[in-house]
Design a protein around this ligand. Structure first.
Ligand code: PLP
Length: 410
């Protein structure tokens, strides 16, 4: 008897491969596997690239001990894990002020004969922006032509893989581009399944070296396996299959459009306060990343801290090199984040700003700045007031953690 969960898994792989425009030709079976999440999917895709590159180099009698991957400095930490665990150098294209994703031109300049792939992100973790995979593909095609290499592309579509096909179907980022050889996506992000499921799809059989696939027969039939862990619960696969069948293309499209609409409500509300620069884009992952226009008296970490008092967990973080001087707050809009919640969050952020602006030390620090008094005259007084402020915030935090339920925003 065939294992029903394994059949569901194959059906999910096929549906997702179709969604990503995999060139299936006459074959009715796409090449892909279910994983614990995008991290495992990326490990497997990375391994396939590394092995393919090594096989080719060995066949050519060339050294194959210094493989590298070119990415933007905005990659998610799982790429750093892959690089460290599987001994591949990560060559990162630095960010710059106002440009927080990988610059395709710079990425292609960094490609050399040891590059096993360029990894582009469809939906940067930091600001949700989609990287320009089409431009990257076109530039890399040119470079491959002039060098004789055949450097491929992997798309990390952890979030964007379940967004772009539904609300930006014209955007070319997937297997429609010839150099895109594999794509990962998280089922537990916009795939709308609970935690513990991801997918990696290969363009075709030749992109996944056969020697990485293990065949076992002790469970009653030949079972090919290519995962890091062997045994795994099937509930996430069944949930993914259920969601794909239950919602269909139209269902996912409606949900993604709704997320985008609620993102715009939040973004416009924040803009109206006049206090923030928005660093996310309207046509990426439905999230709002924003930073304070004026952080001379209070910063994004304090806003994040104070928001906990209202039950919100909104992370604040600094951007990677060379934009590390920029700090942002980020709110990811998922299916259950309604318009009402978006409006309430804007109100709470406004209250937090008002409080930060009127706390004793803030007022005095601001007076010093406004009146251009000599800072050393009042520096001790401000220090004392800042300690008082810290005490107030700590007391509030303690109160909130004990008394109030938190609304998580991840
Ligand atoms: C772009 C990107 N890649 C990979 C990952 C890792 O995904 P997972 O948590 O599904 O392993 C994330 C998670 O936030 C991500 O945003």
């Amino acid at each position: 008897m065939k294992d029903p969960a394994s059949q569901d898994k194959n059906r999910c792989v096929n549906m997702i491969a179709h969604l990503f425009n995999a060139p299936l030709g006459d074959s009715d079976t796409a090449v892909g596997v279910g994983t614990v999440g995008s991290s495992e999917a990326i490990m497997l895709a990375g391994l396939a690239f590394k092995r393919k590159w090594q096989n080719k180099r060995k066949a050519e009698g060339k050294p194959c001990d210094k493989p590298n991957i070119v990415t933007g400095a905005n990659v998610q930490v799982c790429w750093e894990k892959f690089a460290r665990y599987f001994e591949v150098e990560l060559k990162e294209v630095k960010l710059r002020d106002g440009y927080y994703v990988m610059d395709p031109k710079k990425a292609v300049e960094m490609v050399d004969e040891n590059t096993i792939c360029v990894a582009a992100i469809l939906g940067s973790t930091l600001n949700g922006e989609f990287e320009d995979v089409k431009l990257l593909n076109d530039l890399l095609v040119e470079k491959n032509k002039s060098t004789g290499w055949d450097t491929p592309i992997h798309v990390d579509a952890a979030s964007g893989g379940f967004i772009a096909p539904f609300i930006y179907p014209e955007l070319e980022w997937d297997f429609r581009l010839p150099l895109v050889k594999s794509i990962n996506v998280s089922g537990h992000k916009y795939g709308l399944v609970y935690a513990g499921i991801g997918w990696v799809i290969w363009r075709n059989k030749e992109d996944l070296p056969e020697e990485l696939i293990f065949h076992i027969n002790y469970l009653g039939a030949d079972q090919p396996t290519f995962t890091l862990n062997f045994s795994k619960g099937s509930s996430q696969v069944i949930a993914q299959y259920y969601q794909l069948i239950r919602l269909g293309y139209e269902g996912y499209k409606n949900i993604m459009e709704n997320c985008r609409d609620n993102m715009l409500v939040l973004k416009q509300g924040l803009e109206k306060t006049g206090k923030f620069n928005i660093v996310s884009k309207d046509n990426g992952v439905p999230l709002v990343a924003f930073s304070l226009k004026d952080n001379s008296c209070h910063n994004e970490f304090e806003v994040s801290d104070m928001l906990r008092r209202f039950g919100w967990i909104v992370p604040a973080y600094t951007m990677p090199p060379d934009a590390q001087h920029v700090t942002v707050l980020r709110v990811v809009i998922r299916e259950d984040f309604s318009r009402t919640l978006a409006e309430r969050l804007v109100i709470d952020i406004d209250k937090v700003l008002h409080e930060l602006e009127t706390l004793p030390s803030r007022i005095r620090a601001k007076t010093v700045l406004d009146n251009e008094e000599k800072p050393d005259v009042v520096v001790e007084r401000v220090k004392k007031d800042q300690n008082e402020t810290k005490e107030i915030i700590t007391a509030w935090k303690k109160f909130v953690m004990e008394k109030k339920k938190m609304n998580g925003v991840c």
